[in-house]
Design a binder for this molecule. Sequence first.
Ligand SMILES: [Zn+2]
Length: 167
Amino acid sequence: MTSISCNHAQKMSNTTDASQDQQETVKYTSVDFPEEVVKIEKTSVEWQAQLDKFDYHVLREAGTERAFSGKFVDNKANGVYTCKACALPLFGSNTKFKSGTGWPSFYQPIRSAYVGENSDNAYGMIRTEVVCARCDGHLGHVFNDGPKPTGLRYCINSASLDFVEED
Ligand SMILES: [Zn+2]
């Protein structure tokens, strides 16, 4: 990831005051990056009508796809991963890394405001669940054994994601 140097930014400041966030994300033209996340609430019947059976199970019932079964595990294309339920952009391909776990893995979300975290004590494990901040859809879990620069590993189900490829 590159950013404009301070000197350069200074020279440009007469004509623009675009925020850093906008500069980072402007390339994904077909994806909407809301400034503010407004919650989407639907009934389980509405979600069932919109999602296929397995995706519903993962997103709305905190299911987990089998390791190496998801379609984005080995996806190396450039683009942005969005929530399959509400299309909120969640993870960029530039933060995806090969974890060997069998699930798509990222070291940080596109914006921290776009994902939520809940403590999850199911199956006798203490884990941190990751959800979409807009629709509360279950995405996966986050662990502390990821690579630099964050040290985090967002372990995400392919079933929770769509992918918008960037040219
Ligand atoms: Zn969502």
